[in-house]
Write a protein that binds this ligand. Structure first.
Ligand code: SAH
Ligand code: MG
Length: 927
């Protein structure tokens, strides 16, 4: 016995919140009062320079018979309550006393006597409804309440049973014999089948009268939708309708659907899906139990029948045989029966809610369009539930412990490590905000480590990212997202090998413990297989991969100067339809306004590919093959009809998208708002000046992006005849091609320039391509900081040694200027006031920057580079004033080739692919 106490204790401490512990001890004698605390200069706290309209905070006072305690200041009311409860526990030195099996058994007896007392009827408790309904049952069932029901709807009883037998946690019907044993001691009457109990004496007449009165308010008969989850995985999950009436007991109706005589043989699962849901699984008492009732009770129970993997996966407890998913019952809130339809859609939503990507999709209400982003760039760019919250949901859904978050402060200052161990992520918010506010200046100070434990406290996985962050909460979101990404990878392909999981984990600083991991997640494999089976069934008659046909409506063919690059937020409206046969078209999902970040895979790949090529106000429709059936069904508003359409085969999806708005990344917004003309325009003007001075005829733009420089060149009369852009981003190149093509074919625009040829190459500027050898001018504006530092060094050497342009212009942010940018942070109207320090949350101007150099670092790089390759170099910049601290916003180096010492033999390497090629003679283009 003794050896069993520890795991139970651990279990209790993990599952009970401070409030729950206080409740257990004091019940109604604990009074919570929450107050809103306005932040003011003299709140006694540290005098931070806080903005006036900061977030409001809550403080809770908890009154107990012996003492009153006051909580910390918290952002959320419920956190303040928990904090107060925690203080009270500390103050009173409350220790959790875990009853021994013997004591728990006695307590079960006491609890049962209370439940079957005269007064219990009048209490609002999920069980009292069942007790009333028992009085409606006929003949031999009259007054009998199923034992399974008693154990599942009274959490106190259930917890006591777990103290006697910890296996009740996963095998809930093991509680039944424990309760029967206690029932014999009360004593209560036990039914012949040993599955129900009742009072030996009848209830007093006033109780019966009250029950009658209450029941007369209920509807005669109601039809409820439910879902049948067959035990055999090759049988599909199907919808089901059943009737509940006032003259009966809803569990008897469910029993009939399950093919057994009455409610007593029905077992009920814990609720599935959302934390607050009343949706449960109903299934039958195992046959062996029923056969064994005459023999020794309890000890003999063996599991039999086939495990229902889908139902077991959904609920996290062992379920045998067919199961019914329904949302019906008595709640804490009312004495009436509560019911809701549980459709196929509900089933699939619960299913996808067990996978990180699914939780994210549901949080965005965009099941077919949204995908969980692969990176947490900035808080203001994130949409949908935050990674940390998704991680908590996933842990709850898989019945794991609450993730343990360990924050490491001052991560970059050796010796000042401060470790905070927080078991409840909610506390993180309260602690985090305050600490992070005090931090300003350069460099990240927070790192974070997240550990995931099973219920029984076995370590399953651990994530320890190397990166450090300005804000504690960002460090946590980043680590949480890493775990989610890794888990997603597993869920998408559960057959993946341990080696693969290990290496992919290492890449994102995740370590996992295969044995423990698979113990918790192994069931998913068979569930995954079963839904794949379903997929191939329904979709086999599809015509394979449907080539996407794209056509556009109201394409005004006007580029409105939007740059949809990494870090931009695109805002679209969209609809997705299921197309079946010739003319069947059913809407699956739509949104009037849907915003997502470009470049982090926040939507399906084809979706993003399409959007990034659109211009503002443009609408596009295209077709695509049908994705997994789970997603379709989770999105469908009329799932039964959709299922029959899918079954008829030959289906595809139609996407219809309109691009409403684009919000450019903070860097661009900053450059636009703080400089006039905008900094990007100033860089272009600087380049133009150099072109004029050097009478250049050919120009290559290294890292041309969406072609903003090349585009501007078309608008001015210059000496340029050949312009070339190189980039590694195909998406940016596609946009550049579209813009340049439009401009060059619209004669009025191009008329002023002498451009004869324009080309776009796909390739990395760190490798040489002889077609770009010896150009008059090379530009590389705001590119090198997007490469790792060693690559930037490599690029410098490759350009000056191999490409050897007469002039090379390189611009990059001046890190020292950031203080000024951060001081005058520009806030868009949509920015969260909570995120005042957004620009400070990352050390660089743009999350995609790998580095930003000070003037000294840049000078050092450029001077040595020029020396190595016989170039001269001059320094300049745009934004800010020369010679005035802290220098220019964008620093620029202009390299000039000294002498004409061309190398003898230039390698004729072609490392780039032509993406687009335009020439004025043929005035035709190839794509
Ligand atoms: N020069 C453009 C774009 C700057 S954004 C402008 O001033 O608007 C940086 C660009 O560098 C991105 O388009 C990115 O795809 C590109 N880039 C980064 N590393 C590269 C590499 N190794 N080779 C080519 N392009 C690169
Ligand atoms: Mg940049």
């Amino acid at each position: 016995m003794g050896s069993q106490e520890n795991p139970v204790l651990a279990l209790k401490q993990k599952t009970l919140t401070p409030k729950a512990i206080i409740h257990q001890k004091f019940g109604a004698n604990a009074v919570y009062k929450v107050e809103e605390v306005k932040k003011s200069a003299d709140d006694g706290g540290p005098r931070l320079n806080l903005p006036q309209k900061g977030p409001c905070l809550f403080q809770c006072s908890l009154q107990l018979p012996e003492v009153t305690v006051v909580s910390e200041l918290c952002k959320k009311k419920k956190d303040a309550e928990q904090s107060a409860a925690e203080k009270a526990i500390e103050k009173l030195g409350i220790t959790l006393s875990i009853p021994t099996a013997q004591e728990a058994g006695d307590e079960v007896v006491g609890r049962l006597s209370y439940l079957f007392s005269d007064t219990f009827y009048t209490t609002v408790h999920p069980l009292s409804g069942h007790f009333r309904a028992a009085l409606l049952r006929k003949d031999q069932f009259y007054g009998y309440v199923p034992v399974s029901v008693i154990s599942f709807f009274d959490s106190k009883l259930l917890n006591l049973c777990k103290c006697i037998n910890p296996e009740v946690e996963t095998n809930s019907w093991l509680a039944v014999p424990l309760i029967l044993k206690a029932a014999a001691r009360v004593p209560l009457l036990i039914s012949e089948d040993h599955l129900s109990i009742r009072r030996p004496s009848p209830y007093p007449p006033e109780v019966l009268q009250a029950v009658d009165n209450q029941l007369s308010n209920l509807p005669e008969s109601t039809c409820i939708r439910a879902v049948r989850i067959p035990c055999l995985v090759d049988k599909i999950v199907e919808p089901l309708l059943f009737n509940i009436s006032i003259n009966g007991y809803y569990l008897d109706a469910i029993a009939q659907e399950l093919g057994v005589t009455d409610a007593s043989k029905v077992l009920v699962s814990r609720s599935v899906g959302k934390a607050s849901s009343e949706t449960r699984l109903y299934f039958c008492t195992p046959q062996s139990y029923m056969l064994n009732v005459s023999s020794e009770l309890g000890e003999e129970i063996t599991t039999d029948g086939t495990l229902n993997t889908r139902a077991t996966f959904l609920s996290g407890q062992k379920i045998y045989g067919d199961a019914i998913l329904a949302s019906v019952g008595y709640t804490w809130k009312s004495t009436d029966i509560f019911y809701e339809d549980a459709s196929l859609r509900s089933y699939f939503r619960i299913l996808i809610n067990k996978v990180p990507d699914g939780v994210y999709k549901l949080s965005r209400e965009a099941i077919l369009a949204a995908e969980m982003p692969t990176a947490f760039t900035t808080r203001s760019n994130w949409r949908g539930s935050y990674p940390r919250d998704i991680l908590c949901t996933i842990c709850r859904q898989h019945r794991l412990s609450v993730p343990e978050i360990i924050s490491l402060e001052n991560a970059e200052v050796p010796g000042v490590h401060k470790k905070m161990k927080l078991t409840d992520p909610r506390e993180q918010e309260t602690n985090g905000g305050g600490v992070a506010l005090g931090v300003a200046g350069v460099g990240g100070t927070f790192k974070c480590k997240i550990k995931i434990f099973s219920r029984s406290q076995e370590l399953i996985m651990c994530c320890t990212p190397k990166e450090s962050f300005k804000k504690q909460s960002d460090a946590i979101q980043d680590a949480a997202l890493k775990i989610l990404t890794w888990l997603n990878n597993y869920f998408q392909n559960p057959e993946i090998s341990v080696e693969n999981l290990t290496t992919s984990g290492h890449e994102i600083d995740i370590q996992f413990y295969p044995q423990c991991f698979f113990k918790e997640f192994k069931l998913y494999q068979s569930v995954h297989n079963s839904s794949r089976l379903l997929n191939s069934d329904c979709l086999s008659r599809n015509t394979g991969f449907l080539k996407s046909t794209m056509f556009s409506v109201n394409d005004n063919d006007q580029m409105l100067g939007v740059s949809l690059s990494t870090g931009s937020l695109a805002c679209i409206s969209y609809s997705i339809y299921l197309l079946a046969g010739e003319c069947m078209k059913e809407q699956l999902e739509s949104s009037e306004e849907f915003e997502f970040e470009i470049g982090v895979k926040a939507v399906s790949p084809h979706f993003e590919a399409v959007v990034t090529q659109m211009s503002l106000g443009q609408s596009i429709s295209y077709n695509k093959e049908v994705p997994s059936i789970e997603l379709i069904m989770a999105a469908a508003t009329d799932p039964e009809r959709i299922l029959s359409l899918l079954n008829s085969g030959g289906c595809s999806l139609e996407y219809s998208i309109t691009l409403l708005r684009v919000t450019e990344p903070l860097e661009e917004r900053m450059e636009q708002a703080l400089f006039s003309p905008p900094l990007s325009k100033q860089r272009v003007d600087f380049a133009l000046q150099q072109i004029k001075e050097s009478c250049a005829a050919s120009l290559v733009d290294f890292g041309c992006g969406s072609g903003s420089l090349l585009e501007s060149l078309l608008a001015y009369p210059t000496s340029l005849e050949t312009i070339v852009g190189v980039d590694i981003s195909q998406r940016s190149l596609a946009r550049a091609a579209k813009i340049l093509h439009t401009k060059l074919t619209t004669k009025t625009e191009a008329g002023s320039s002498r451009i004869k040829s324009a080309l776009l190459y796909d390739g990395s500027i760190t490798s040489f391509d002889s077609r770009l050898y010896g150009f008059d001018i090379g530009t590389c504006l705001e590119v090198i900081e997007h490469m790792e530092e060693d690559q930037a060094f490599l690029f410098g050497d490759v350009v000056l040694s191999s490409f050897r342009p007469k002039v090379l212009i390189v611009s990059t942010p001046n890190f020292e200027y950031n203080v000024i940018l951060h001081k005058s942070t520009v806030q868009g109207p949509e920015d969260d006031p909570d995120e005042k320090n957004q620009s400070q949350s990352s050390k660089f101007r743009n999350h995609d920057h790998k580095f930003e150099w000070t003037r000294e670092q840049f000078n050092d790089w450029a001077t040595k580079l020029a020396e190595r390759h016989n170039y001269s170099v001059k320094f300049s910049g745009v934004g800010g004033v020369d010679g005035v601290e802290p220098g220019y916003a964008s620093q620029i180096a202009v390299f000039r080739r000294e002498g004409d010492d061309f190398p003898e033999n230039v390698s004729s390497a072609h490392h780039y692919d032509i993406i687009w090629d335009w020439s004025s003679n043929s005035s035709s283009s190839l794509e």
